[in-house]
Design a protein. Sequence first.
Length: 75
Amino acid sequence: MHQAEIAAAQAYIRLLAATRAVLADPDDAPLYMPLLASPMEEADDALRSAGLAGNEDRFFALVRQLQPSLTGSGR
């Protein structure tokens, strides 16, 4: 795994964590949704930099390597 690929997978993991935090309380979610703009931009930029934009199979394989609990039956 190259550094740019690791950065892309880590950015996605951070975005996922931020999204889960925002959606944890449905009543407050609309208030916090704008906070996702920065992690979304970071993840998009990292995917493009790593050449993974549009290559979801490779990308999610990398994510599974970094954090297996995010995919599969271990959820």
